[in-house]
Design a protein around this ligand. Structure first.
Ligand SMILES: [Zn+2]
Length: 55
């Protein structure tokens, strides 16, 4: 049970840099301190846009 709440705490959102829509969720990898920047498909833009990690 304790591990479950911990997982939720580490969850991050991936936001489209173009329209600021949150399209994806990811779990924070403690080993990776860098901010995530991924090219993902955005439903609102209808194409691949750069998504950045947000709180
Ligand atoms: Zn977008």
């Amino acid at each position: 049970m304790a591990s479950k709440s911990k997982e939720r705490k580490n969850r991050k959102k991936l936001k489209c840099t173009e329209c600021s829509t949150i399209n994806y969720f990811t779990r924070k990898n403690v080993a990776l301190q860098n901010r995530l920047e991924l090219s993902k498909h955005c439903k609102k833009c209808g194409k691949h846009e750069l998504h950045k990690e947000t709180k």
